[in-house]
Design a protein around this ligand. Structure first.
Ligand code: 4AD
Ligand code: MG
Length: 462
């Protein structure tokens, strides 16, 4: 008999009909006359209740049906008298696919802490919480493609292994096939990379932007959506060593167009999740964050406040608030500063622009004042920075001068500079940290809980 997914079973047209469901047992309870099993197959947060009339089944048959075991049941879908569910299945046949020893299976019924579940990341997708988070994550990924595809943006795949450091932060994971305990050396004692796999030093990418610009200055508007890697040793609830980033890049967009797109884009994603993942978001709201849905609606219904970094710093300085990191013009804002502006001062998402050039990457368009660049960061409640972007420097000479000032090796950059040599155009783009978006939409507070298998300093298990 053809299997019905549990997400499709709560359908009045199926009432009275014979159905087949397959999944993992969440709980079993009952007495010697009747046994109730709550079954989940991952297609929805909801379980289907299965009723075993013990006149038709033996104790022996039901014995392996414990939390975590996998079964197949055929039976009749009927209206349920129990509270909390609309229908249930009266079992006719039972097949046990796999048992789960109750002594060994770690996910017993009662709510485990998120910390405990991180240690069990191989099994945590089977919990209500992680099922919900992973379904929301999947829906958001779909929404992102849908948003850009419907706008005529092209999906561009940029390389994961690269020889250039886009952000210039130097926090790259090296990729090499050289034998680490017997490195080939040049006469001067340095490593002889000509013998390495690519004939030069390479690393995992920190951003697909530079190649994204090549795409945008050919196809007009592109977006990337892929993994990025940062070897920064920041053990915070908002940083991963491997995270997913969405990087749209658009020819003929100035910074205002860029801000408009960023705002429309995040609002679209949040709307999509609210419309398509209601049950999961309600579950997460109820169990973790009572204010979640209100906060999501709030972002949707408010214009983001736009101001310059300089204005932002002034507000922070005049706030009278004692920050852990003192504020003055020129510093890189910390999450506490960003959150103060968003949560306490404006009480709305904020887009800060025109940051000091010394704290931003080389490719950003330089302002007339000689001190700032046309950067934009989108700041969100609870998260801080969710998007970072800019208008790009389109002028060849200015860009080259900046590259030289920062000592970026030209041999790595010749192809990038060619976009400014041949038909250069004003253009802009930004990067959205996918996990930060998932954090915001699910109301989770630790980024390790919104990616199936987090990579952080000292943690590459699973
Ligand atoms: O601000 P970032 O470093 O900007 C760039 O990489 C640009 N190349 C983007 C562009 O203009 N195309 O990173 C962009 C976003 C941040 O705003 C943040 O949401 C996320 O990526 N992000 C991280 N997310 C998780 N873990 C980390 N270690 C992250 N670093 C940045
Ligand atoms: Mg940034």
């Amino acid at each position: 008999m053809k299997r019905t997914k549990i997400v499709d079973i709560f359908n009045p047209e199926l009432l009275g009909k014979e159905v087949c469901v397959k999944g993992w047992v969440r709980t079993r309870r009952g007495n010697k006359y009747v046994q109730f099993v709550a079954l989940n197959d991952g297609s929805t947060i909801k379980n289907i209740q299965i009723v075993f009339d013990m006149n038709n089944f033996t104790d022996e048959q039901l014995k392996p049906v414990t939390t975590g075991s996998s079964i197949c049941v055929e039976g009749i879908l009927v209206e349920s008298m129990g509270k909390g569910q609309t229908c249930e299945i009266q079992a006719k046949t039972l097949e046990v696919y796999g048992t789960a020893d109750p002594e060994a299976y770690p996910l017993q019924k009662k709510g485990h802490t998120l910390e405990f579940l991180r240690e069990k990341a191989h099994l945590r997708p089977r919990t209500n919480t992680f099922g919900a988070i992973l379904r929301v994550r999947s829906a958001l990924a779909y929404a992102i493609h849908k948003f850009f595809q419907e706008k005529g943006f092209f999906y561009l795949n940029t390389p994961l292994i690269t020889a250039s450091d886009c952000e210039g932060a130097g926090a790259m994971f090296q990729v090499t096939t050289l034998p680490l305990n017997d490195l080939p050396k040049n006469e001067d004692g340095t490593v002889d990379y000509s013998q390495d796999f690519f004939g030069k030093p390479t690393a995992l990418t920190v951003s697909g932007q530079l190649e994204g610009e090549l795409g945008a200055t050919a196809l007009g508007a592109i977006y990337t959506f892929g993994p990025t890697f940062r070897a920064e040793n920041s053990n915070t609830p908002r940083h991963l060593s491997e995270f997913w980033m969405i990087e749209p890049e658009m020819a003929f967009y100035d910074i205002t167009d860029n801000m408009d797109l960023a705002e429309e884009f995040v609002k679209y994603c949040i709307r999509y999740a609210l419309d398509h993942c209601r049950d999961d978001i309600e579950f997460l709201a109820e169990h973790f964050d009572k204010g979640l849905i209100e906060r999501l609606e709030f972002v949707l219904h408010n214009d983001f406040v736009r101001l310059t970094y300089t204005e932002g710093v002034k507000i922070l300085e005049e706030s009278g608030k004692k920050f852990e990191f003192p504020v003055s013009w020129g510093i890189d804002l910390q999450s506490e500063h960003e959150r103060y502006l968003v949560e306490e001062h404006f009480k709305k998402p904020v887009i800060l622009t025109d940051y000091p050039k010394d704290i931003k990457a080389f490719y950003m368009k330089q302002n007339e004042d000689g001190k700032t660049v046309r950067a934009m960061d989108v700041l969100f409640p609870t998260i801080g920075e969710i998007i970072g972007g800019s208008e790009r420097e389109a002028d060849y000479d200015k860009l080259l001068k900046r590259i030289e000032e920062l000592d970026i090796p030209m041999k790595d950059m010749w192809w990038y500079l060619d976009t400014r040599r041949f038909g250069t155009v004003p253009h802009s783009g930004f990067g959205l940290g996918f996990e930060r978006l998932v954090l915001f939409v699910t109301g989770m507070t630790n980024i390790r809980d919104v990616i199936p298998f987090p990579r952080t300093p000292n943690n590459a298990e699973f």
